[in-house]
Design a protein around this ligand. Structure first.
Ligand SMILES: *Cc1c(COP(=O)(O)O)cnc(C)c1O
Length: 399
């Protein structure tokens, strides 16, 4: 057995996923599985579907749960909506849009990308131009990552929908809400989003292991139109449009994940939908206030160059002239705070603070103070008063 050192007290988990799981959710997760004919099984699934529809703000979208992570749901979107040889327009947001594009191409679907600008959100005009240029309507869907978790930049989904409408192009709008659902405002029906995909382990406060897609009637019609052209079985939405649990999940449902999700949605509703969003805005304002002060030292800076586009879920911090991975190591090993690394093109030049899910103000202050202690231990210049600025931001936020 490995002899692992013991750290007294809590380890603060501030990755942007997996996030801290509330005790009520862990307790629900530890329930005994049921036999497949247990009359409690179908109500459990229905509660999760109906609850997720409320969180997504959709009346009637079909919900498909998978025992998978977000990457599984990414692939599910493409093999359902698209046939090999068709095109998808993927708005470039950086690491996560690149990854989604790579998976899309791997299943034989071609990808058109909009120009990428590090630190900036998607420019809706780029989407409009790409659609206007596609006179033959070869593009069948536009994929948008709501918040790219690597850059911590959030794009404006309603503005992108309006740009698509101006182009009069019929492509479906598909949005990745893995990093935003349960943290940032989202309204599937009102925003005209045809398909949403997400995963359990970020704003939804569950352990990793379950993903979902939500699809409206236009998306289901497009899926029917690709039947027989796109090889799929396990992911197939048409096959899963069935009330029997075994068919709906193409096998045994991930029952404990569903128990956890139902408990998480109950917490979400006990706190109140709008209150959850307000709390995320408040906590993000504290982190941003601290980073604003740290950046006066000249080494740290926001990756996101547009203040209004800074994510409520995660903050990516660029590091010049110091090693972000050493900062993370010191912060974790000496101060018991777990923060995340730079991903993809940001590897070795960014660290990230997650601030989504089941978090309170003192948890975020504890995280910021732990990070600041690590930065001071490494003698990195960070100005003065970051923690006080964070505290003031907490006090002045509207809750
Ligand atoms: C985390 C994340 C994913 C991938 O989810 P996994 O569960 O790790 O596969 C996809 N998109 C975004 C925006 C994410 O933050």
């Amino acid at each position: 057995m490995s002899k692992e050192a013991y750290f007294a007290g809590l380890r603060f988990l501030h990755s942007p996923g997996p996030t801290h799981v509330p005790k009520a959710v862990m307790d629900a997760f530890s329930g005994q599985p049921m036999d497949m004919a247990d009359p409690r099984l179908e109500p459990l699934i229905e509660d999760c579907e109906a609850g997720l529809r409320r969180v997504l703000k959709t009346e009637a979208a079909h919900i498909f749960f998978y025992a998978a992570n977000g990457h599984g749901a990414w692939e599910a979107v493409t093999v359902n909506l698209m046939a090999p040889g068709q095109q998808v327009l993927i708005a470039s947001t950086g690491h996560f849009s690149d990854y989604w594009a790579e998976m899309t191409e791997a299943v034989g679907v071609s990808v058109v990308r909009t120009p990428y600008r590090e630190g900036f959100p998607i420019d809706p005009e780029h989407v409009e131009q790409a659609l206007v240029a596609d006179k033959a309507h070869a593009i069948k869907a536009v994929y948008i990552v709501h918040t790219d978790t690597a850059s911590s930049v959030t794009s404006d989904v309603p503005a992108i929908r309006q740009a698509m409408d101006r182009s009069k192009h019929p492509a479906l709008l598909v949005v990745d809400v893995v990093a935003t659902l349960g943290a940032a405002p989202f309204a599937m029906d009102q925003w005209g989003v045809n398909v949403v995909m997400g995963a359990s382990q970020k704003g939804l406060m569950c352990p990793p292991g379950m993903a979902f897609c939500a699809a409206d009637e236009r998306a289901i019609a497009q899926t029917r139109a690709t039947a027989g052209k796109s090889p799929r079985y396990y992911w197939d939405w048409i096959r899963r449009l069935n009330s029997a649990a075994y068919l709906k999940f193409c096998g045994t449902p991930p029952q404990n994940m569903l128990m956890a999700l139902r408990a998480a949605i109950q917490l979400f509703e006990r706190e109140g939908h709008e209150q959850v969003l307000a709390r995320h805005r408040q906590l993000a304002s504290a982190v941003q206030a601290a980073v604003g002060v740290w950046s006066t030292g000249g080494v740290l800076d926001f990756v996101c160059q547009v203040p209004a586009a800074r994510s409520v879920s995660v903050t990516s911090i660029a590091v010049k002239g110091a090693d972000p991975d050493e900062i993370r190591r010191v912060v974790r090993e000496s101060y018991n705070v777990s923060i995340a690394s730079g991903l993809g093109p940001f590897r070795g030049r960014v660290f990230r603070i997650g601030h989504l899910g089941d978090l309170s103000a003192p948890m975020v202050l504890g995280c910021l103070a732990g990070v600041e202690a690590g930065l001071r231990a490494l003698a990195i210049p960070i100005g003065d008063g970051a923690i006080e600025a964070a505290t003031r931001a907490l006090g002045s936020a509207k809750l």
